[in-house]
Design a protein around this ligand. Structure first.
Ligand code: AMP
Length: 418
């Protein structure tokens, strides 16, 4: 694994690192570690990060590294409020210390004079609220054709404030498509949609530390035979409280097959994956958010950053290989104080991946055997007392039935809490 624990390792230049040291920034924050190398590499970024995570440095440090002093406006930051615009401008000035790069901010509610002057001066970095910027563009004062970096900061707040048309108008006023970095504290559907439209093959950065989970999420793992997975899901969907369910499938083919099976069972369901057109994805997400669609099956590509409220259950139909993916996925449930449940299906073949996942998460999930679906041929060993496992749905365990050695091994391995 690449070591990104220093600013030098991220690819920043020595003079800039000296400035950071003088500011007391000895180490990059996680969002900086994740974003800076990709921005330096020319990639678009969608970052889910709140204020306080170091996100300003994450977008501004690499931008400052790549622009040229004296060549006019090259970095445009759009943000929702005057306070944030001032804050980003001040931080930019600090980060650009020792260079000839200058930053200015424009926002509404104040006189035009000084803002017009800074535009005339051709400061390299402009931090603006969308309303005032459009105003100045319409007056022919803000010239944005040479902008190389477009940064949308607190995108969720900008959309909440109704700035979407202004953001789109600003983008139409740019020249060639700039490298685009979008940051948002949350990723509701509107922001997700904006992110997909504005960025090109973005790198997704999310600062949810691996191994942590949101409060109020119950995590369960079901042992299941591969051919019984659809039936186990249908059985669970019949349980009380299983209202809006997001299901993750490892493959597109698997996602489509599952949808067909749920359709057959009369369960309202839709699918999102990268082969689906944007308009289909939007329709599926809207239907799911609106409650008309009860089950949404998604592949990982489609789920990054998705923030849909009111999800009661998340199902990992296949064991996620990466603990980060697991954490992102289960974070979709239990939002906004609501309780949620995250269920992972584990087949005998998945046991290795499942053990690795638990090891890397640093915690074990509550394990459940359901006699009708269990991979040990439908036979459930009497639970030893004191283990974490339990039987679901009130089905009692049947003791004393014979297991094949392979089944016993798989079962013991699943039971083993080490
Ligand atoms: P932000 O999330 O960009 O609003 O940054 C939050 C605060 O953390 C600001 O005061 C930054 O100056 C500070 N900060 C950002 N990155 C670092 C770092 N790597 N080391 C120390 N402080 C930082």
């Amino acid at each position: 694994m690449t070591d990104y624990s220093t600013f030098a390792a991220l690819g920043l230049s020595a003079p800039r690192i000296a400035v950071l040291e003088a500011m007391g920034w000895s180490q990059p924050t996680p969002v900086q570690q994740q974003a800076i190398p990709h921005v330096l590499d020319g990639k678009d970024i969608v970052g889910i990060a709140q204020t306080g995570t170091g996100k300003t440095g994450a977008f501004m440090l690499p931008a400052l590294e790549l622009i040229r002093a004296g060549e006019g406006l090259q970095v445009l930051v759009l943000c929702p409020t005057r306070e944030l615009a001032q804050q980003v401008m001040e931080e930019t000035e600090n980060l650009a210390r020792g260079t000839a790069v200058r930053a200015s901010a424009i926002y509404g509610g104040v006189a035009y004079g000084p803002q017009l002057e800074s535009l005339d001066r051709g400061d390299e970095v402009l931090v603006a609220t969308p309303g005032r910027l459009i105003d100045l563009m319409n007056r022919g004062k803000a010239k944005l054709k040479k902008v190389d970096f477009l940064i949308l900061d607190e995108a969720d707040k900008m959309l909440d404030m109704g700035f979407r048309p202004q953001i789109e108008a600003v983008v139409r006023g740019l020249g060639e498509r700039p490298q685009t970095l979008l940051f948002s504290a949350t990723m509701p559907h509107g922001v997700h949609d904006l992110a997909l439209r504005m960025t090109r093959e973005p790198i997704w950065v999310e600062v949810t530390p691996s191994g942590t989970k949101a409060e109020g999420i119950e995590e369960l793992a079901y042992s299941v035979r591969p051919d019984r997975k659809p039936d186990l899901l249908i059985h669970l969907l019949e349980q009380p409280g299983w209202e809006q369910v997001l299901v993750f499938s490892r493959t597109k083919v698997g996602a489509d097959a599952l949808k067909a099976r749920l359709d057959q069972a009369g369960i309202s369901c839709d699918v999102i994956h990268s082969d689906r057109q944007m308009k289909h994805r939007t329709r599926a997400i809207d239907g799911f958010s609106g409650g008309q669609v009860r089950v949404l099956v998604a592949t990982d590509i489609a789920q990054r950053g998705l923030d849909i409220e009111g999800i009661s259950h998340v199902v990992n139909y296949d064991v996620p290989l990466d603990p980060e993916d697991y954490t992102h996925r289960i974070g979709r449930t239990g939002r906004a104080g609501a309780d949620g449940q995250a269920v992972t299906f584990v087949t005998a073949a998945d046991l290795g991946a499942y053990k690795t996942l638990e090891y890397r998460l640093g915690r074990s999930l509550d394990r459940i055997h359901h006699p009708d679906f269990d991979f040990a041929g439908g036979v459930v060993r009497e639970k030893p007392t004191g283990t974490k496992s339990r039987s679901a749905g009130g089905s009692g365990s049947k003791a004393g039935e014979t297991l094949t050695p392979e089944e016993l091994e798989a079962l013991l391995s699943f039971e083993d809490d080490s």
